[in-house]
Unconditional design. Structure first.
Length: 454
């Protein structure tokens, strides 16, 4: 076992292809359905929203997809990303476990999101798109897409959930720096937004509402398309650079492959990106890790949602997707992990969860912030509130190893830094932060609005 705490790869080891898990699954995921006809959608149904190459990737049965040179050139600004062995955290916990984290916070936007924003902007620019619309919660995805659009000379227009637009102005400014236009959502510029404002002038917004607005504008303008930062197959595909690099890094470190891989799940993309390449190795019989998804107790799609067809947005413009959902009308309590506050989940991961291919647990935010502070004091890096969920679960497992004496190898993705989350950390440190109970009747009410499909 190597003594290094930081395992880096040479630029020449930047992955050349993304890994598509679908051909390796025992059964294919159920198809998305057209919201009006309720028939499986084809490429033409998606053409108003996405460029053809992304539609091809969304539906692809090929195991590997080549990463274009123009995308690898931009990836090289921050990739390959480092894998760290958290020796100081291990010592602080007095655990015999060996804890590793793949750090994605060194990207321009400070998270894993540019891994997909860059190829999405590239394929759009290559096919003549002039403008991309999108939604953003706390601004992680909006800032990643604004950066990516600036690389290929296309415009970016983002609808930012109202509550974050008001409370988190700094990521909005970052989007402006990279040249994007940012609207608070709900906004008066779209019919979907105006309708909600008429009924609820003080609406704090939600990701589901912001998606409706961005999709509406893309559908109505031929030179404009839409980009989504999580949930879809092509997004998960692009994130597999994380797991591919991590596999090479375990090899370079002379470390055995992890016994457990833990990741936070909002729409599922950083978890999938880390896990899928290891799952490929597991399916081939070369390793046998446990995979554990961690979601917020305030937005528990896997653990308390229903596996059924639902809309991706509030207005019902998007295709119906079979996924673990809390209902498209569900508005989660305002926990600080904005990136995890989505009512649905990746349909691909939802299908795999039903097949029993990984576990899911929930965490309350106070425990997550306590874990993030423990982590920052030991390792130096301040985690975003989203990966703090994964860190809380890693610390649980490491403590379990302390009791049993097991020398497990644990791996997680530290998928973003928390430098734009100082208000949340301040609230935690000053004792003002609380936890939320999510009563079952709130979930039941939102689930009652699900479309009636088998
Ligand atoms: C967006 C975001 C998430 C949640 O999205 P996933 O698709 O589940 O990865 C988690 N962490 C960070 C830092 C994010 O920006």
């Amino acid at each position: 076992m190597s003594g290094r705490s930081k395992i880096t790869l040479d630029e020449s080891e930047l992955p050349r292809r993304w890994y598509n898990v679908i051909p390796d699954l025992p059964a294919p995921p159920p198809p998305p359905l057209h919201p009006a006809t309720r028939q499986p959608i084809g490429p033409d149904d998606l053409a108003p929203l996405f460029p053809m190459e992304l539609i091809r990737q969304e539906m692809s049965g090929e195991r590997y997809i080549e990463i274009p040179d123009e995308v690898r050139d931009v990836y090289r600004l921050w990739r390959p990303t480092p894998l760290f062995r958290a020796r100081r955290l291990e010592r602080a916990l007095r655990t015999p476990a060996r804890i590793y984290y793949k750090y994605e916070g060194g990207s321009p936007a400070g998270s894993h999101k540019p891994n997909t924003a860059v190829p999405q902007a590239f394929y759009n620019a290559a096919e003549g798109t002039r403008r991309l619309t999108t939604e953003t919660g706390a601004g992680q995805w909006g800032s990643a897409l604004a950066f990516a659009c600036a690389q290929y000379g296309i415009d970016c227009e983002a609808w930012m959930v109202r509550a974050s637009y008001d409370q988190k102005p700094h990521r909005r400014t970052l989007m402006h720096v990279w040249g994007a236009t940012v609207h608070p959502s709900p906004s008066a510029v779209t019919a979907a937004g105006a309708k909600i404002l008429a009924d609820h002038p003080d609406s704090p917004g939600s990701l589901g509402i912001a998606i409706s607005e961005a999709v509406e504008v893309a559908a109505e303008n031929p030179d404009t398309k839409y980009a989504l930062g999580s949930v879809l197959n092509h997004v998960l595909l692009h994130q597999t650079v994380i797991g591919e690099e991590a596999l090479a890094q375990f090899d370079a470190a002379g470390e055995r492959l992890p016994d457990m891989i833990i990741g936070c799940t909002g729409g599922g993309s950083n978890f999938a990106g880390l896990v899928f390449p290891f799952l490929r190795e597991k399916l081939a019989g070369r390793t046998d890790p446990v995979f554990r998804a961690v979601e917020p107790a305030a937005c528990p799609s896997f653990t308390r949602g229903r596996y059924g067809y639902d809309h991706g947005d509030t207005a019902g413009f998007t295709p119906l997707m079979k996924m673990h959902t809390l209902g498209h009308d569900f508005i989660p309590d305002p926990v600080h992990a904005g990136g995890l506050r989505y009512h649905g989940m990746s349909p691909l991961l939802s299908h795999m969860y039903e097949l029993g291919m990984f576990e899911a647990v929930t965490k309350n935010q106070l425990e997550c912030f306590a874990s993030a502070v423990t982590f920052a004091r030991a390792e130096g890096i301040l985690p975003a509130p989203e990966p703090a969920h994964a860190i809380a679960a890693v610390i649980d497992e490491a403590r379990h190893c302390t009791e049993t004496g097991e020398e497990k190898v644990l791996l997680t993705a530290l998928c973003g830094h928390g430098h734009f989350d100082m208000t949340a950390y301040e609230r935690y440190l000053s004792g003002e932060m609380g936890d939320f109970e999510l009563p079952q009747d709130r979930i039941d009410t939102a689930l009652a609005g699900l479309p009636d499909i088998g």
